[in-house]
Design a protein around this ligand. Structure first.
Ligand SMILES: [Cu+2]
Length: 479
């Protein structure tokens, strides 16, 4: 995976490796073929037979962005090959950042160890013109003939580079493109990004070509290596727009001008716009790409599990989503809040949920989360704890008692018993022989004054769960 970095984050070694790879491609002739490919695509009206100045294979139409994405990726693969570095990535020139400088002409991208400066011809840096040097950088005309040195005239034709505000504005433009799929399309992310609308004079992509001036103006503009750094940033803005507008696909899917529909081959290749929509799938990433944002989810208890009691701490995660507020329901049916309603939880990522049933029922947690002002939710199924009925452990039910004073012990068997009470009676449910009074949460009681005449008697164990009294009866034989 190649990482495309901001030119300002490159190390000196990375700057040198990139420049060297470009110069190697120039020396072996491949670089000039890229220039001619751009010239030819620009001269090819689409649909065929229409003026190229209205719309061509690579500009003034929807395929502008995918065409240049394919074009840059091909050059990047060639640079990887000649450099021997399969992870070499095209750097991008963030000209919006340079627009804020007092003098963008002296930005680091134009340093002598990278792109060199301006001039007619350029005489500094690795792409300087020197007729005496057989390795000096020369440019070609649209026929492929030598045409002297590179020319750059910063700020002559327009005084400013596009600003960050211009970039921010285009990132919010939808749809991707619209009829008539040309320089007249509006609103259109593609058309505004290409630079035909949304600005006084040339905007965004176009404006950068015009600001650099000289060799960056005609169809042979890839003569200047800054072309690729510029278009790398144009491509990054498209990738950022795609990430920000996941519901906005490429348009037109069909019915638009030939060469610009989603599944049309882009001249001179077989690649279609559909083939290049996912830049990660093409094998490169931008240094600012964010990991995919997941849906908020319950982390504990694990969804589908059996709960451990009536009081259960729940925990969740936003998975990277920008959640502004949480709310928690527990219900006997999906989406209900009959068992628990947390109220607003603010940005807390946990809640101790109380009063849950222990009857083994199916229940549901609904995690509500507010993102960008709108409430969404996810449901998670659980099984309530299955608790047994409280029971007397000692003496074992049915036993003959040992005397007039007998210690009794019992267990809640997992039930959420809040209070106990014990009767002993000569008949089932009676308390004529013993009435403990409230035992609180004690799990034992020493019963005194029992008869020793061998009669049948009954212990009734009362227990209060969720405010209601229940009981179980246990028979014994008196000593
Ligand atoms: Cu172009």
């Amino acid at each position: 995976m190649a990482t495309r970095k901001n030119v300002q984050s490159l190390s000196a070694a990375e700057r040198s490796a990139f420049v060297q790879a470009v110069r190697t491609l120039k020396a072996n002739g491949a670089y000039d073929q890229y220039i001619l490919q751009h010239v030819q695509a620009m001269a090819r009206g689409t649909p065929p037979g229409t003026p190229s100045a209205t719309r061509n294979a690579a500009h003034r139409g929807p395929a502008f962005l995918p065409w240049h994405r394919e074009y840059l990726r091909r050059l990047e693969l060639d640079l990887q090959q000649v450099s021997g570095d399969p992870d070499l990535g095209l750097p991008y020139w963030d000209w919006a950042a340079d627009a804020a400088l007092a003098n963008p002409a002296t930005a680091p991208v134009w340093n002598n160890d990278f792109m060199g400066g301006q001039g007619n011809p350029v005489t500094t840096g690795p792409f300087a013109f020197n007729p005496a040097d057989p390795n000096g950088w020369t440019i070609i005309d649209s026929q492929g003939n030598p045409a002297g040195g590179l020319i750059r005239e910063f700020g002559v034709n327009v005084s400013t580079l596009p600003s960050q505000a211009n970039v921010n504005a285009v990132l919010n433009v939808t749809p991707y493109d619209t009829s008539p799929w040309s320089t007249a399309s509006s609103p259109s992310f593609r058309n505004q990004h290409e630079g035909w609308i949304g600005a006084a004079g040339p905007g965004l992509h176009n404006r950068v070509h015009v600001w650099v001036g000289g060799s960056m103006l005609p169809g042979t503009s890839p003569n200047d290596p800054i072309f690729f750094l510029h278009h790398c940033f144009v491509d990054k803005i498209w990738a950022d727009w795609q990430a920000r507008n996941p519901s906005q696909g490429y348009l037109p899917v069909s019915g638009g001008p030939a060469g610009h529909n989603l599944n049309d081959a882009m001249f001179p290749w077989t690649a279609t716009p559909a083939d290049v929509l996912d830049h990660l799938a093409l094998g490169y990433e931008y240094d600012t790409d964010q990991p995919p944002v997941g849906q908020p989810t319950m982390t504990s208890p694990p969804p589908g599990s059996e709960l451990s009691g009536t009081t259960v701490p729940f925990q969740w995660t936003a998975n990277g989503s920008p959640v502004a507020q949480w709310w928690f329901y527990a219900g006997s049916t999906q989406g209900a809040s009959d068992l628990y309603n947390s109220g607003s939880l603010g940005t807390s990522l946990s809640e101790v949920v109380t009063g849950l049933p222990t009857d083994g029922r199916q229940l549901f947690a609904r995690l509500w989360y507010r993102i960008s002002g709108s409430w969404q939710f996810s449901d998670f199924p659980y099984t309530a704890m299955t608790s047994g009925t409280p029971t007397i452990l000692n003496p074992p039910p049915g036993a003959t008692l040992s005397g007039a004073t007998v210690p009794f012990q019992w267990t809640a068997n997992g039930s959420p018993v809040a209070q106990w009470w014990l009767y002993v009676g000569s008949t089932q449910g009676a308390s004529d022989l013993y009435n403990s009074g409230s035992l609180g949460t004690s799990l034992s009681e020493v019963v005194t004054g029992l008869p020793t005449d061998g009669r049948q008697l009954f212990a009734r164990l009362w227990y209060r769960i969720s405010g209601s009294w229940q009981f179980s009866d246990f028979p014994y034989t008196a000593a």
